[in-house]
Design a protein around this ligand. Structure first.
Ligand SMILES: [Mn+2]
Length: 289
């Protein structure tokens, strides 16, 4: 049912699930994208780019791959049924979460975060979400769909998860007005996330079990031009990694995803950035222990 991809993350050799601490699950799902299509090519492009990364991380002076990173076959897209696709993602996520592995999902569009967070929430009842994005993703529905990428954080908030969003610079009046009633959502607009100010915010976030969801459009288009819906005024590499390093050092993170990469054929910086960011997160998580 699932399709093996020609590449593994980092070009690493396949290892048994039992010896892997980090499980990468490619989910090339795309159905509700608003503008530029192509997020279904995201996972493969990340894996291809990741082969050219150094596996030694100079910042943490470590070799994160030695903790065991396994790339699973991709979940084949159900084009005609969103419900069917979400069920497939749920059951794949459940199997990994039950085994106490760190699941890192590679999207695909942002709607795939919902079934994964839902499964994590069953295991960690206090689950909270760190959300990097240009958009609030808080619509009740979008173009007739409640499963759209533009609604994903609204759906997650309905699970009862507290959400901390960073880099937001695109929000509708309706979403903004709804915020006063959505006490579990904390929005940090992009203009309040500049330089050290963003990094300092990491220490004010409460303790708990966290899931990190990174929509690559949180980055400035000069860093990541290849995404579904581009917004100017985004975050830089050092702002995001600086925050994550500090946050991970002081908090318990149990799972993550990186979504909305829509790779171009002419320019590979976005895919290389995505691959490196995933490896950096693994480096920060393993440097802690
Ligand atoms: Mn998003």
């Amino acid at each position: 049912m699932n399709k093996a991809l020609p590449y593994t993350f980092g070009g690493l050799e396949k290892i048994p699930l039992s010896s892997a601490k980090f499980i990468l699950l490619p989910v090339p799902y795309e159905s509700t994208v608003s503008f530029k299509p192509g997020t279904r090519f995201g996972p493969e492009s990340i894996l291809l780019s990741s082969r050219y990364m150094e596996l030694y991380d100079e910042e943490t002076d470590s070799e994160p791959w030695r903790n065991g990173i396994l790339t699973l076959p991709e979940i084949v897209q159900e084009i005609d049924s969103t419900g069917k696709m979400m069920k497939k993602i749920s059951s794949a996520a459940k199997k990994i979460i039950e085994k106490d592995k760190f699941l890192f999902v590679l999207g695909g569009e942002h709607s795939i975060s919902f079934p994964v967070v839902k499964e994590y929430k069953k295991k960690y009842s206090d689950l909270k979400v760190i959300h990097f994005d240009a958009h609030a993703d808080l619509r009740i529905e979008y173009e007739g769909s409640r499963s759209s990428h533009a609604c994903v954080m609204r759906r997650i908030s309905e699970l009862g998860c507290e959400i901390f969003s960073f880099g937001i610079r695109s929000i509708s009046k309706e979403e903004k007005d709804a915020l006063s009633g959505l006490k579990n959502i904390h929005i940090n607009f992009a203009h309040t996330c500049r330089n050290q100010t963003l990094i300092d915010k990491a220490s004010s976030i409460p303790e708990g079990n966290y899931y990190i969801s990174i929509d690559v459009d949180c980055f400035d288009p000069s860093v990541v031009p290849d995404t579904g819906t581009v917004e100017p005024g985004g975050l830089t590499w050092y702002e995001v990694t600086g925050f994550l390093k500090k946050f991970i050092a002081g908090h318990r993170v149990v799972g993550a995803d990186l979504v909305e990469l829509s790779p171009s054929n002419h320019y590979c910086a976005s895919s290389f950035m995505a691959a490196k960011l995933i490896y950096k997160i693994i480096a920060y998580l393993t440097a802690k222990n």
